[in-house]
Design a protein around this ligand. Structure first.
Ligand code: NAD
Ligand code: TYD
Length: 361
């Protein structure tokens, strides 16, 4: 059997591939990775899997119906996991078009192609098939300090072009289940952090800027709250939901880890002070620089992940303290990965490794 995983050259998808293939005995099940390789797609991350027959990479768009249909027909996956998306809120503010195209139109086309494939499967394969859509807590909008955390029944109130486009995709997924019976699962997860995170998001940006002696830009008053989850815990939750989740259900995934941004930045600085002290003995937190707030900045996200615990017995295995230490250590140990992302050199690698090799698609 095979699973089709979209967007798996990105941060969470790539972590998911490594995590999936490391599982025993399930790790023998191959992954077909369909990724458009936008700026956020970095197949260099997956270089250790070159020559591993369990991972096939195809460069392509989830919105390319003919391509997706041909991949489904050829590889006959038993499940699809959709990570592919435009994912950065700040980019969505500056240029929402790509978000509408991939997150809404792309998800629609993927659902449409998967529906056609699923419809014609034999009864046994048809009833075992699943499509899992990976979404975000940002669809629920912003909480005030005393509101309870988001449950699965919290109403949708997206506030950014990114969260609005993800909310739309969730609604499409729901409709394809309700109308056509497609066996969908939806997960809404809080902010992830960990290895291979593109250094435009808060945590990796703070690490690489600190090490480069650059300012650490904190938006507004830095008191916005996010609920942080170590990426490997997100991957394990997705595996659980795929395996045991009830068809048509939504599962919130979170780390029970609410923290204001400034506390995150201070923690990163403190770890760097310990692991890579500055020559002059000063703290990295001297580089913190408060800047203009993000327009429409959501104040607080918090996930109530009790449904996932109650129904599937899942809980995160990392605390924030253990996860952030691993993350900082990973960035300290992988300066080449960071340098090649920042210089854009990873894009050349795409050409040499994939185009020249005549990759599957
Ligand atoms: P990312 O931006 O790092 O990766 C996205 C990947 O999707 C990239 O490899 C990109 O090339 C690919 N992609 C983009 N458009 C595509 C298209 N049209 N066709 C095929 N591939 C395409 O994002 P991420 O942080 O890994 O997030 C993955 C998923 O998880 C997204 O759906 C995101 O909304 C969701 N999510 C992310 C977080 C987080 O904290 N990062 C939290 C909750 C949910
Ligand atoms: P981000 O990593 O972009 O994730 P999201 O906006 O999806 O939650 O940002 C996390 C938080 O950190 C968010 O409140 C915005 C804030 N932030 C900064 O203060 N400075 C920065 O340079 C970035 C990228 C984010």
């Amino acid at each position: 059997m095979t699973i089709l995983v979209t967007g798996a050259a990105g941060f969470i998808g790539a972590n998911f591939v490594f995590d999936w293939l490391a599982q025993s005995p399930g790790g023998q099940e191959p992954i077909l990775n369909l990724d458009k390789l936008t700026y956020a797609g970095n197949p260099e991350t997956l270089a250790p899997l070159q020559g591993d027959s369990r991972h096939t990479f195809v460069r392509g768009d989830i919105g390319d119906t003919a391509l997706v249909a041909s991949l489904l027909a050829k590889h006959q996956p038993r499940a699809v996991i959709n990570f592919a998306a435009e994912s950065h809120v700040d980019r969505s503010i500056h240029g929402p078009e790509d978000f509408i195209q991939t997150n809404i139109v792309g998800t629609f086309r993927l659902l449409d192609a998967v529906h056609r494939y699923w419809r014609d499967l034999q009864p046994e394969e048809k009833s075992a098939f699943r499509i899992l859509h990976v979404s975000t807590d940002e669809v629920y909008g912003s909480l005030s300090p005393d509101q309870p955390a988001f449950s699965e029944s919290h109403r949708y109130e997206p506030n950014s072009p990114y969260s609005a486009s993800k909310a739309a995709s969730d609604h499409l997924v729901r409709a394809w289940h309700h109308t056509y019976g497609l066996p969908v699962l939806t997960t809404n997860c809080s902010n992830n952090y960990g290895p291979y995170h593109f250094p435009e998001k808060l945590i990796p940006l703070m690490i690489v800027n600190a090490l480069a002696g650059k300012p650490l830009p904190v938006y507004g008053d830095g008191r916005q709250v996010r609920d942080w989850l170590y990426v490997k815990d997100h991957c394990s939750a997705i595996r659980e939901v795929l395996l045991h989740g009830r068809v048509g259900e939504v599962y919130n995934i979170g780390g029970w880890n609410e923290k204001p941004n400034i506390e995150i930045v201070n923690t990163v600085c403190k770890l760097l002070d310990e692991l890579r002290p500055k020559a002059d003995g000063s703290s990295y937190n001297a580089q913190i620089s408060y800047i203009k707030d993000r327009p429409g900045h959501d104040r607080r996200y918090a996930i109530d992940a009790s449904k996932l615990e109650r129904e599937l017995g899942w809980r995160p295995s990392e605390t924030f303290e253990t996860g952030i230490r691993k993350t900082v250590q990973w960035y300290l140990s992988n300066p080449e990965w960071v340098a090649r992302v920042q210089s854009g050199a990873y894009r050349d690698w795409v050409q040499t490794q994939y185009a020249a090799a005549g990759v599957d698609a």
